[in-house]
Ligand binder design. Sequence first.
Ligand code: SAM
Length: 194
Amino acid sequence: MAEKFDPARAEALENPDRLVELPPAKLVELLRISGAETVVDFGAGTGMYSLPLSDAVPLGTVFAVDEQPVLLDRLRAKLEARPTSGNVHLVTADRGRVPLQDGVADRMLMVNVVHHLDEEAPAEVFRLLAPGGILVVAEYAQMDRPVGPPNDHVLALDELRAVLTGAGFTELAVYAPGTVGLYHTVIVSEKPRP
Ligand SMILES: C[S@@+](CC[C@H](N)C(=O)[O-])C[C@H]1O[C@@H](n2cnc3c(N)ncnc32)[C@H](O)[C@@H]1O
């Protein structure tokens, strides 16, 4: 069983340096967003990346999904002060089940989430993405870096790829640290069409 994110560390998620280390604009580009998509931010936490996604889809919808309501409460407070983000909807996962329909997402983003997932969760991620939809995953790489969890808490590249392909995704591209993000491996995948 993967280690759950400690909600006492919510404040650390809000560090603005994170947006320099892993710029949302680059993730939006990899997601191939045109502005009207439905995007799921899976494991959204306090919504550090949900808000830029909201700006990227002014004619679309963002579902910020998390299993920890206390983290979504922080995002709710931010949304109340940000009327332009009325397209963000908060969704609480309940015992591994996300109350959204199959294939709801044209696009899906997961930042620093995969190493927290339990065994059943990748199937739920796969269920939510529409056939032909794009998934962008960013995870801290196993490397010498000044931020993020210790290397024995993050996934090796092969393990990360195996989680995604094991769930059924087709890998489209892998970006090493220093390309999209300073300290992240970023993988772009697609859900195959039947
Ligand atoms: C390290 S935090 C990252 C939060 C956010 N993506 C960010 O980058 O700021 C990992 C998040 O994944 C969530 N999470 C882990 N497993 C989950 C699951 N099966 N369903 C929904 N959320 C999950 C945790 O509750 C936590 O908020």
